[in-house]
Design a protein around this ligand. Structure first.
Ligand code: HEC
Length: 149
């Protein structure tokens, strides 16, 4: 059951990716970070994350449990790590923004949507913040897989 829901969630994320059209400034590289975001933006995301996300995803985006793939007793999945050790880097930025907007509750998940809670720049800032934990290798793979889309 949980696995089916997870498959549905993934299918939805993939379809969103296909039609996603984000206005994210990924066409330039910040000279300081070597990535799409400035150090300032990522620093701003720290407070957003601490207030809205850390209770579930952990202070350093490390996730809630050792095995993020194992279903909880209610059949839902635990909050995964966002620090590059799970599969967050499989999603382009348009999909990450959609997840933050919509959450997973409508698909049987546990994450609330933040579409009405956070401003667009706060959503980008929080993504920048957890991407700082990604190794350069993971970040490059994300880009290669169309992360900028
Ligand atoms: C109440 C707990 C909770 C809160 C608060 C929460 N999340 Fe989540 N998040 C989850 C769970 C659980 C999932 C897995 C999908 C689901 O069940 O909804 C998830 C999934 C995600 C994913 C997809 C990860 C992947 O690898 O596919 C991202 C990105 C994400 N959350 C970011 C955030 C951000 C950013 C915030 C704060 C603005 C946040 N979450 C707040 C519980 C939470």
């Amino acid at each position: 059951m949980g696995r089916v829901r997870f498959a549905v969630l993934c299918a939805l994320l993939i379809s969103l990716a296909a039609c996603g059209d984000s206005n994210v400034p990924l066409d330039r590289i910040d000279p300081e970070t070597g990535r799409w975001y400035t150090a300032e933006l990522a620093a701003a995301g720290s407070a957003v994350f601490a207030e809205h996300c850390a209770e579930c995803h952990g202070d350093a985006a490390q996730g809630a449990v050792a095995d993020w793939r194992a279903r909880l007793p209610d059949g839902s999945f635990p909050p995964p790590p966002l620090n590059g050790s799970a599969h967050t880097w499989h999603h382009p930025i348009s999909v990450l923004l959609q997840v933050i907007d919509m959450g997973g509750e409508s698909l049987g998940g546990q994450m609330p949507g933040f579409g009405q809670v956070l401003r667009d720049e706060e959503k980008l800032a929080v993504i920048a913040w957890f991407q700082q934990f990604w190794s350069d290798e993971i970040y490059e793979q994300w880009l290669t897989m169309g992360g900028a889309n």
